[in-house]
Design a protein around this ligand. Structure first.
Ligand SMILES: Cc1cc2nc3c(=O)[nH]c(=O)nc-3n(C[C@H](O)[C@H](O)[C@H](O)COP(=O)(O)OP(=O)(O)OC[C@H]3O[C@@H](n4cnc5c(N)ncnc54)[C@H](O)[C@@H]3O)c2cc1C
Length: 467
């Protein structure tokens, strides 16, 4: 019988599989996707957030534990488990040598990459290269990997793992790690969670999924129905405003629209609805998916003029261009008069100041609701450009409650041989909000703990069976 069964094929699963194998266990990984699409959302990533007390290879200055913790506390509004969060933060400070030992290379942050040179270590070649390195290392160490092997359910005896089912095939193991992602690609579940709004719309029907189509939450649902303790709220997710032309799945980072803070954003009625200059874009980009989700038809338009060009990372596809604002309204099929009124009122409310996109400058509106607090320059210099925006779901936060051992809990008691890592438990640390790079910090820390614990549990199970 296999010692450790790992369900999933992304970063958390690989960290668990590699660690369990290093601890001497035999390991089988079951990945739902075909080989070409292996790696879930992790294939789209670029970096992980790391604490450090002094400059370290690709990381400048210092990013101490306390600052990381305060950042997390702020974005989650306190909806985080401090013990588990600090465990992730501390692990992030020492994990890179282990990652390097499995073939991962790092590079310094590039300019325009959300000002992350101090806090985030970038993977050379992105998440795809990281995964390829981990898969190569796993194969070299003798981890068995099966693709197109979606697990629909488990056989449990109370809280003890016995076997997993892939279709009609029953696979036994001494212990198991669940690392099968969130439920972001399950459109029915998203619809159920978001419900119907006051306009009679089902907002989730118009969401785009930034990552893999394989994170359908089948196993998460099975575990919740089987009585595993839950954490998080099904409507909470990392959601970004992305190019409305993005594909339904796997658009990745190149569909993000990063000019929001340099212009204005209006809805289908041509009205502004939120302060585009509230704070630095890296601290705000993850709230705009939800904001757009609340607008009619879940659509919005980011409008800039020629002054903004060159000040943000351009998206892959060019925006809609026009030489006048009425022409832009017609090209976007927005109601012309309301849009012109909105832009006229905004332009008139902009107070002169010293524009500086690298700090919270004094260019703001006066007497306008909603205000634009920083970087408010009139939209008056052609050519004008606009990008249609839709909510893009990165990953959901509903998951399984766990503890420092990464065990799945039933009735507040840990399972003896079933563990969880990555998006399936990220909600323990991220009740809401997000700070760039923490998804990979959580998956790496808990993946390694889960792998270690699962290997230990497998030894215990083997001894129990022999006795
Ligand atoms: C576009 C994009 C960019 C991102 N950038 C970053 C970044 O730079 N830094 C960062 O920290 N985070 C980033 N994230 C978030 C990050 O991807 C996740 O936090 C992280 O990858 C989660 O890892 P995971 O292993 O839990 O899930 P995943 O990597 O999604 O892996 C889940 C795996 O489970 C498999 N699976 C699902 N169901 C089953 C089943 N029933 N049976 C078997 N296998 C199953 C899937 O096929 C997949 O391989 C980004 C996400 C996206 C979408």
């Amino acid at each position: 019988m296999i010692d450790v069964l790992v369900i999933g094929g992304g970063n958390a699963a690989l960290c668990a599989a590699l660690t369990a194998r290093e601890a001497g266990a035999s390991v089988l990984m079951l990945e739902a996707s075909p080989r070409a699409w292996r790696g879930g959302n992790s294939q789209h990533t670029r970096n992980l957030r790391c604490m450090h007390d002094a400059p370290q290879d690709v990381l400048v200055d210092a990013y101490p534990e306390e600052e990381f913790w305060q950042d997390l506390l702020k974005v989650t509004g306190g909806r985080t488990d401090e013990a588990l969060a600090r465990l992730v933060i501390r692990a992030s400070g020492s994990v890179r040598p282990w990652m390097r030992s499995h073939g991962v290379h790092f590079q310094p942050s590039l300019s325009g990459a959300l000002h992350t040179a101090r806090t985030n270590a970038f993977f050379m070649g992105g998440g795809k290269a990281l995964l390829n390195a981990y898969y190569r290392s796993a194969e070299r160490l003798g981890v068995a990997v099966r693709y197109e092997a979606p697990v629909q359910r488990l056989q449990l005896e109370g809280s003890r793992f016995v076997a997993a089912w892939v279709g009609d095939e029953r696979i036994e193991a001494r212990s198991c790690v669940l690392a099968a992602g969130g439920f972001e690609s399950n459109r029915e579940w998203l619809r159920e969670a978001w419900g119907r709004n006051e306009r009679g719309e089902y907002p989730a029907d118009r969401f785009l999924i930034r990552g893999t189509r394989y994170n359908t939450g089948v196993l998460l649902r099975f575990m919740l129905d089987a009585g595993a303790d839950a954490v998080g709220d099904p409507t909470q997710a990392h959601m970004v405003a992305i190019d409305a032309r993005a594909p339904l799945y796997d658009g990745g980072i190149c569909t993000r629209i990063d000019c929001v803070s340099l212009g204005v954003v209006v809805n289908r009625d041509g009205e502004r609805f939120y302060d585009e200059g509230e704070d630095f874009w890296p601290k705000r980009y993850a709230i705009w998916g939800r904001l757009v989700a609340q607008q009619p038809q879940q659509l919005a338009y980011s409008i800039i003029d020629a002054k903004a060009v060159g000040r943000f990372m351009p998206p892959v596809f060019p925006g809609t261009r026009a030489d006048s604002l009425p022409e832009l309204a017609r090209a976007l099929q927005l109601p012309e008069q309301p849009l012109l009124r909105t832009l006229g009122a905004y332009n008139a409310a902009c107070r002169p100041g010293s524009f500086d996109h690298t700090r919270l400058d004094d260019c703001r509106t006066e007497g306008l609701a909603p205000a634009k607090s920083h970087w408010a320059l009139p939209i008056d210099t052609p050519p004008f450009q606009a990008y249609a925006l839709r909510p893009g779901v990165t990953f959901t936060y509903l998951g399984l409650r766990t503890d420092e051992s990464s065990a799945v809990r039933f009735g507040d008691r840990p399972s003896p041989n079933l563990y969880v890592a990555g998006e399936m438990m990220a909600g323990n640390v991220l009740g809401r909000g997000y700070t760039a790079g923490v998804g990979m910090s959580i998956g790496t820390a808990f993946g390694r703990i889960a792998g270690q614990r699962a290997a230990q549990a497998a030894r215990g199970e083997a001894a129990r069976a022999a006795a």
